[in-house]
Design a protein around this ligand. Sequence first.
Ligand SMILES: Nc1ncnc2c1ncn2[C@@H]1O[C@H](COP(=O)(O)OP(=O)(O)OP(=O)(O)O)[C@@H](O)[C@H]1O
Ligand SMILES: [Mg+2]
Length: 275
Amino acid sequence: MSSVAMHPAAREGTTISDLGRVATEGLDLTHGVVLYLEGISVSFDGFRALNDLSLSIDAGELRCVIGPNGAGKTTMMDVITGKTRPDAGTAFFGQTIDLTKLSEAQIAHAGIGRKFQKPTIFERHTVFENLELSMKADKRVRRTLFAKLSSEERDRIGEMLKLIRLNDSTHRIAGLLSHGQKQWLEIGMLLMQEPRLLLLDEPVAGMSDEETERTAELFVSLAGKHSLVVVEHDMAFVSKIARKVTVLHEGGVLAEGPMDLVQNDPRVIEVYLGR
Ligand SMILES: Nc1ncnc2c1ncn2[C@@H]1O[C@H](COP(=O)(O)OP(=O)(O)OP(=O)(O)O)[C@@H](O)[C@H]1O
Ligand SMILES: [Mg+2]
């Protein structure tokens, strides 16, 4: 049909499954910027959790955000996902989607996925079923929970199982997975919905060294196709995956740049790395 042929996602050269996402018709990446925050301020009872924060993430970028406890990292994610409304400032997804005007559900629907620290998976279902459920829960695709999987959908789940390294645990009950495997499963569940921007808050907290290593590889492999914003205190992990690093302090950007520059910035050492 001509309406499908005209779909912007098709013009962008993205996959067929993207055609099901109504809201990303509006995701305009013409300037290569997927997320743009400017002058964001958030106060809680007079305390400025975010103070004139400005930040811009390129499409396909893997950005690490670091900074001391209370710097405003999680609050920044709350603003991006519509959980917290800023008192001032602008927040755009692509060129045209004004995040400050959308609900949390609309923002998720528009293509921003968020991973919280505690994995939220269906513990009593198998790994496969978890991925299946997350795909079917995708409101962008009109279908029922009881519809049979098509062979393409099975293939997609199979690909995801390999990507998140759970293909040997396909039929395991999710509640029996290790902490790290549960985290990967949740990431897989988010990815089934094909977010354009993925926000990950302390994804390797509580993981073993081996799991942390695997997670670093996973994130590096996701960059390019997805844009990622990763908040993490584990500096060994950040060093492994980092390209550009943003240091938040007292609700604003203290420093930004390549890891080695940021690491040697005396202000960053003073407020964070040196402690
Ligand atoms: N809902 C809220 N009500 C009141 N204060 C809040 C609320 N959410 C966050 N804050 C405060 O805002 C500041 C920033 O918190 P935030 O959770 O964003 O920091 P963070 O950088 O994520 O820290 P951490 O590294 O410890 O996770 C903190 O002082 C926190 O106590
Ligand atoms: Mg936090």
